[in-house]
Design a protein around this ligand. Sequence first.
Ligand SMILES: [Zn+2]
Length: 280
Amino acid sequence: MGSSGASVEAVFFGTTTVYLSDGASGILIDGFLSRPSLLRVAPDLGRITRALSRAGVTLLDALFVSHSHYDHAMDAPEVVKHLGGRLFGSASTLNMGRGAGLAEESMTCIADGDEHRIGAFTVRVLAGVHSPDNRFPGTIEEPLVPPVRASSYRDGGCLSFLITHPGGSLLIHPSANFVPGKFDGLDVDVLYLAIGALGVQPQRFQSDYWRHVVEATRPDLIVPIHWDNFFVSLDRRLRPLPAIFDRFAVTKAFLDRKSEETRIPVRFPEPFEVIRPFAR
Ligand SMILES: [Zn+2]
């Protein structure tokens, strides 16, 4: 891999919010930095700007939202208002943008198969399905103005993102479910793999998930995402989701065993840690 690969940096912000930059262009996948309690679900501008400045993120060209549940999308419009750039998402996500006052010309509706060039990056949109037991299915039909209940953030359809750069490729897969065959032959360098609620699924589901997502994409590195307790502020250490939502130890044991069998390393990211995904 050439020097252009080494220039790509990735920063993890908890849940599925991941920032990518090569110094010339910046992309954010999902936008959830406030991490509020369920008592008041609304963007917290102080927490949003603190998190971005702690990570040194000042450059944003595009923000791609994977689905419009609040733990993926709630802060996305505010981040775009703060840093600039364009909001890409489903029709439901665009209704969140409208509710926050974003102009139509700074938003793009995306669907399966679309490809967007962002500087030297190409982002391909791959439609998928939400993890089992989707609490808030459906679509957001009107501009959404927070604060609203968590249940108002309906998923609006689930997307994954294949991001390619001259330096390498990565798949960000933000919900722990799969469409058989969808990722066959992708062959990525790095897989950002959602594992939320995987620990409470049957073993059969876990091994099918591995087969259709990990085996299909043949990554050299797995970075687990959506494993942390998102009711805890980013000012504090990340910890796994509580047992009422997930059985993290089961997932961890599963990943350890699969990693050992397949020799694919699994690296849990720390928030704000800078990873150079293509510089290995
Ligand atoms: Zn969701």
